[in-house]
Write a protein that binds this ligand. Structure first.
Ligand SMILES: NC(=O)c1ccc[n+]([C@@H]2O[C@H](COP(=O)([O-])OP(=O)(O)OC[C@H]3O[C@@H](n4cnc5c(N)ncnc54)[C@H](OP(=O)(O)O)[C@@H]3O)[C@@H](O)[C@H]2O)c1
Length: 353
């Protein structure tokens, strides 16, 4: 039996050159665990944060990146019941335990590609409680797009944004994973949806793929001015969006606030452009805005997303696919903003090792 596998490993955090495609010993299965032979793993901006390191977050090293792993069951611990070798599965990236059940309380968040080895690898070990069956009508690649970006967008838009038909919704970073999902969900509810992203070609894709009503090309247009044009005025003159979806942070934080209507909401789940931006709080109190945080997803959210894809009500757009041995190039493409939608890496490791 093969005891090693190929994976993209970081032994230290830093720039892209810390990633190595190399052989690494596979961990033995613990009770309740299964080994998935990776068939598809989608990339997320989170992978870049894990590789670079984030203040206040400790990443155990060596680490294998990749939070969104789907594949087939290659091996199961003897106590795992109700699953079969070869079954097509998607992993919820986070294993959720009660305090009493927790097999290792020193690592309170068990998150593949973050605190546990992830999906840029031939095989990935998860607990059976993380598994979600992939229906026949859903490809493994599409399923792999769902957990982190789509799960998080689902929670942002459906739970915290509380959008309803007719709402005006602005999605910043609409060309990425979270953004693509947010615009699709808002359109499916019947909102007037505006997607902002970084080029005319991407704006065109947002219209063609998802039917967004209007776009803002952030490379050429001023987002606040464009908002006034699209919504009939500034925040304090009756204009603005009911909901602004903001994963960007950085310079887009203050801009986003100025695009919300009086009494409206800006939902944030991330800060890829900076986590401590300056702001002008006068807009928040004068406009009585709600700034709503959103973090992660629930297991049920991912199951709901799989059902939406199976029912043809949602379709992740895969902008590029790379084989596992080119995962480092895929990761660099994500960081270079050279993509639209999701990037997926694929694997074909055998079930019998
Ligand atoms: N809290 C949570 O649970 C959670 C879960 C998932 C994601 N997130 C966060 O959500 C954000 C988006 O994640 P994602 O995986 O969807 O990323 P992604 O696929 O890379 O998409 C991000 C989009 O933002 C734009 N962008 C990239 N770098 C930028 C920069 N430095 N400044 C401004 N815009 C930039 C790009 O669009 P253009 O080039 O077209 O502008 C890109 O398409 C990240 O901050 C991530 O950490 C949080």
């Amino acid at each position: 039996m093969n005891t090693h596998m190929k994976a993209v490993v970081i032994d230290e955090q830093g720039e892209a050159d810390v990633m190595r495609y190399r052989s690494i010993e596979m961990p033995a299965l613990e009770p309740g665990q299964v080994r998935i032979a990776m068939r598809a793993c989608s990339l997320n901006y989170h992978d870049i944060f894990t590789r670079r390191g984030m203040p206040g977050v400790r990443t155990p090293l060596p680490m294998i990146l990749g939070c969104d792993c789907a594949g087939v069951i290659a091996e199961m611990a003897p106590d795992v019941k109700g699953w079969a070798l070869g079954e097509r599965v998607l992993a919820d990236p986070i294993a959720r335990f009660t305090r009493q059940e927790d097999p290792n309380p020193t690592i309170p968040i068990k998150f593949i590609g973050d605190t546990r080895w992830g999906g840029y690898a031939e095989y990935c070990v998860v607990w059976d409680r993380q598994l979600i069956r992939i229906p026949e009508s859903v490809s493994i690649e599409l399923a792999a797009c769902l957990p982190v970006a789509y799960g998080s967008a689902y929670r942002m838009v459906m739970r915290h944004g509380q959008i309803t038909a007719g709402d005006k919704v602005l999605v910043l970073g609409a060309s990425g994973g979270v953004g693509n999902c947010a615009v699709q969900l808002a359109k499916s509810v019947g909102c007037f949806v505006v997607g902002a992203c970084g080029s005319a070609a991407r704006c065109q894709q947002l219209k063609e793929l998802f039917g967004v009503d209007q776009t803002i090309n952030t490379a050429e247009q001023d987002i606040v001015k464009a908002t006034r044009g699209l919504t009939g005025g500034s925040l304090l003159q009756g204009g603005g969006f009911d909901v602004v979806v903001n994963s960007q942070g950085g310079e887009f934080w203050a801009i986003g606030i100025r695009c919300v209507r009086a009494g409206g909401t800006m939902v944030t789940n991330g800060a890829l452009a900076g986590f401590d931006p300056p702001t002008d709080i006068r807009y928040i109190f004068q406009g009585e805005l709600t700034i709503q945080g959103s973090n992660g997803w629930r297991h049920q959210d991912i199951e709901n997303l799989v059902d939406l894809v199976a029912d043809d009500k949602l379709r992740p757009f895969i902008g590029a696919t790379y084989p596992l041995h080119q995962a480092i190039e895929a990761h660099k493409a994500l960081e270079a903003r050279a993509h639209f939608g999701k990037i997926v890496i694929t694997g074909d490791a055998p079930i019998q090792r």
